[in-house]
Design a protein around this ligand. Structure first.
Ligand code: XIL
Length: 467
């Protein structure tokens, strides 16, 4: 019943998507170089578009004061499809004196990104650094209220606009102790402040992913073990946490750990997304490029690695500019590191498998199906299934597409859909014009999926049967 009149709705949605997109969104679709619905698959030419083909995002830290620079804005808008305000959402920027909130610069970044259909990571709600002096002067009960209020005000202001929040940043000490870092929050409120922050955050914006974010946790060590134990405890006790951010600031003294992928995987196995949140790698040339490749391949190999954010658009404005740690140089030229990242993304043969694993050769008289995501917006994405005939001609085909709730198919095209009683499994049959396929020939059908808060699930295809 939900799906009756699918084809009529398809025409509505599709004509919206094709002709009535808001200007900014249409521009983003073009800028991101996304594959056209009916086009054949080709290697994407931007980081964001290539990551999207792997079901990931590729973002950058953004500074509001550079948005007016044409080259900066152009590089940002061309290459990246996720934005993290570099400093503009931090406590000293948003609540410099108690109860007086300032969102101007953060708003500029959020509207710049969302106006192009890109997503935003919120950074950060509770952190010992860039914390205005008034916070450390508060008593325990006043600090507890101030922390809840700060979280509530920020998350209310941006409710529905933030993909993931770094709820708590850098709460653990470096070194072998695995202890919590001293901070006004830790010192006055004790270990419970982290749980309190996450519970408050969930109550304010239940649709934002809630992350714990830290550095020097990129490989397995005493600090990451301590974070791991905390996340495990949160999951066991039902404390809301959805993701763990790995900052991934690397240099020669702190290179990409050899167990980087395994470490991401062990966190993912706890039932959280993992995100690479502040990637930069000091160096140059091939050595730097190779390190970037390792990071990208690690993320692609972990199905719950949602995406990668580099900590800046250009070396020129990097917080570690002298280490030239980013993928675009100071003149916005693409470095070997850029090519390495794009190549790794385009070569990715890892999850989601349905979009990247080449289909086995079709049996004689049979058909095969393969899936590709073609476009993504904040609330929905388009998927395309290519149906290919085997070594003899066919006159009709059928396959299934299974969606993970709460995702929902809202429109389809170039096929005749029917639905199982759960509404999760769509059986797609050829329409009157695309059932006849010569040996080896292909056709495709498409659909729009509303994500309804789940941006990571990928449609699963059944086998193809031919007549
Ligand atoms: C850095 C910014 O890049 C600088 O501009 C600022 O002066 C200091 O903070 N970990 C984090 C980020 O979580 O917020 C930090 O960003 C880098 C380390």
């Amino acid at each position: 019943m939900i799906y009756d009149n699918v084809s009529r709705r398809y025409h509505r949605v599709r004509s919206f998507a094709r002709t009535a997109l808001p200007l900014g969104l249409a521009a983003a679709v073009t800028a991101a170089g996304l594959v056209a619905l009916s086009g054949t698959a080709s290697a994407a030419s931007t980081l964001g578009a290539s990551a999207a083909e792997r079901g990931r995002y590729f973002g950058a830290a953004v500074a509001a004061n550079h948005l007016g620079e044409a080259d900066y804005a152009n590089a940002l808008h061309t290459e990246f499809n996720m934005a993290t305000p570099e400093n503009e959402m931090k406590w000293d920027a948003t609540e410099p004196s108690q109860g007086s909130f300032n969102f101007g610069n953060a708003d500029r970044i959020v509207s710049d990104a969302r106006g192009r259909g890109n997503r935003v990571r919120g950074h950060t709600l509770v952190w010992h650094s860039q914390l205005p002096g008034w916070v450390s002067g508060l008593s325990a009960s006043a600090l507890s209220s101030a922390m809840n209020n700060h979280i509530t005000q920020l998350m209310t202001h941006y409710r529905g606009q933030i993909y993931a929040w770094d709820v708590v940043n850098e709460a653990f000490q470096d070194g072998g102790s695995g202890a919590r870092r001293s901070s006004p929050f830790q010192d006055r409120l004790g270990n419970g402040f982290i749980e309190q922050a996450f519970r408050t955050a969930r109550s304010v914006d239940p649709n934002a992913k809630l992350c714990y974010n830290d550095y020097n946790t990129d490989g397995q060590n005493a600090k990451s073990n301590a974070v791991f134990a905390m996340v495990q405890d949160f999951k066991n006790r039902g404390v809301p946490i959805d993701c763990v951010g790995f900052q991934s600031h690397f240099n020669s003294a702190s290179p990409v750990p050899s167990d980087y992928q395994q470490n991401l995987q062990r966190f993912a196995n706890l039932g959280v997304d993992v995100q690479i949140t502040e990637l930069d790698i000091e160096g140059s040339g091939t050595a730097q490029a190779n390190s970037y490749t390792r990071v990208v391949n690690a993320c692609l190999a972990v199905s719950r690695c949602a995406g990668i954010t580099v900590w800046g658009v250009t070396d020129k404005y990097s917080w570690r500019a002298s280490g030239t740690p980013l993928v675009l140089d100071g003149n916005y030229n693409k470095k070997p590191a850029y090519t390495a990242v794009l190549t790794a993304l385009n070569n990715g043969t890892t999850p989601p498998p349905s979009s990247t694993t080449p289909p086995p050769p079709p049996p004689p008289g049979g058909c095969t199906v393969s899936y590709q995501e073609t476009q993504r917006w904040p609330d929905r994405y388009n998927g395309q299934v290519t149906v290919r005939a085997g070594s003899t001609a066919i006159t009709g085909w059928t396959t299934t597409v299974t969606i993970t709730r709460p995702q929902q198919i809202s429109a389809t095209w170039n096929g005749n859909p029917t639905w199982d009683s759960s509404g999760n499994v769509m059986t797609m049959r050829n329409n009157s014009s695309n059932g006849n396929l010569a040996a080896g020939a292909s056709t495709s059908f498409g659909f729009t999926v509303m994500m309804n808060g789940n941006s990571t699930a990928v449609p699963r295809l059944g086998s193809c049967s031919a007549s």
